[in-house]
Design a binder for this molecule. Structure first.
Ligand code: UDP
Length: 341
């Protein structure tokens, strides 16, 4: 069964943007399709009449429960497969959405090799399939390619301030290499590639536990269990948080819009907020108060992060619609039900 909050979100996306026009009767591969963003994409594509949505995931950080409700749908198929290994796909493929990668900074220290491989070898394998099938490929890159950006809000033509040997380099540099590979296939094989630089995104189906937990699910989980909220560093670092339905709409617009061939586009929310302030908003939304616990800052943790989304606005007609307060309310509602059931 699909949760109510998610079902409403899927309807909302399909209302805001005519997904059906673009995906109906298409055969689409989603690598990382059992993850947080990937499973939302699978849901929207299945609901909007894709001929086939083929979810490829090794379940390293993705979860079977995110896609279990889709297994009975005749236009959905799941293969447990690590995209760093060769993959033969039968029949036509129209588009590939390559998302497969762990993405939590706490995982960077534990699984750096898997992360490098998923974004380099995995991207190369996905591009090889796209080349053989003449499919369009959308690579989900990241705001991390900018590192500790000196230009805020950060536009796509900022080249980044990244340490190539720091603990985050397994993610930052591998995503940068993934982008370079996409552009190489575009130049050498005239492939239709599109690169989304995803900024912090949150919502139902994020993982809250251990190394998988990003800041919002961790804080919500801490509030729900009456534990202190853990602030890394002084809490004055900033992020801008995009609700999942807005992010999915942005990604699908980038996939679908005809004049976005070869485009590199930031997708996220332009509303910047300090982590300390985020902790306060979450407690307000939850109507619960817990103490704060200050812990050492994570190594190479960017001080500020906020996208310039001018390109997404002009090229894709993208505009985030869900306010932080509303998105947190929906996310809290989903976690509360999951936590208390
Ligand atoms: N953060 C925090 N406490 C936590 C988890 C994260 O203060 O329990 C901070 C983290 O140091 C970073 C921000 O929240 O500055 C966002 O962290 P997240 O793990 O969501 O991902 P990032 O944006 O760093 O990729």
């Amino acid at each position: 069964m699909i949760d109510e909050v998610i079902a409403r979100g899927i309807e909302e996306i399909s209302r805001n943007f005519n997904v059906r026009d673009c995906v109906e009767d298409k055969r689409i591969i989603v690598t990382g399709g059992a993850g947080f963003i990937g499973s939302w994409l699978c849901d929207v594509l299945v609901e909007n009449g894709a001929e086939l949505v083929l979810c490829v995931d090794n379940l390293a950080s993705g979860l079977r429960e995110n896609i279990s409700h889709l297994l009975e749908r005749e236009n959905f198929s799941f293969i447990k497969h690590d995209i760093v290994k060769p993959l033969e796909v039968e029949g036509r493929v129209d588009a590939i959405l390559h998302l497969a990668s762990r993405a939590s900074p706490l995982e960077f220290e534990k699984f750096p090799i898997q992360i490098v491989k998923a974004n380099t070898i995995g991207t190369w394998i996905a591009l090889g399939i796209a080349k053989r099938k003449r499919a369009r490929l959308l690579f989900t890159s990241t705001s991390e390619v900018y590192g500790d950006a000196e230009v805020i809000p950060t536009p796509e033509n900022y080249n980044g301030n990244v340490s190539c040997v720091g603990v985050r380099s397994c993610y930052d540099e591998a995503k940068r290499c993934g982008e370079a590979l996409c552009k190489a296939y575009e130049r050498q094989h005239n492939l239709d590639v599109r690169i989304a630089r995803i900024f912090n995104t949150y919502g139902p189906r994020m993982r809250a536990e251990g190394v998988y937990g990003r800041v919002i699910p961790r804080f919500i989980h801490q509030v729900l269990s009456g534990k202190p909220i853990t602030i890394f560093g002084d809490g004055h670092q900033t992020r801008s948080f995009c609700y999942i339905t807005d992010q999915i709409e942005g990604l699908l617009r980038l996939l679908c819009v005809e004049n976005a061939r070869g485009a590199v586009v930031n997708i996220g929310s332009p509303q910047e907020i300090e982590i300390l302030k985020l902790a306060a908003v979450i407690q307000r939304v939850a109507a619960r108060k817990v103490p704060l616990e200050f812990l050492p800052a994570l190594p190479d943790d960017p001080r500020r992060r906020c996208p310039d989304i001018t390109r997404a606005r002009t090229l894709l007609g993208f505009e985030p619609k869900v306010s932080l307060e509303e998105g947190l309310r929906l996310t809290f509602e989903w976690f509360k039900e999951k936590f208390e059931s």
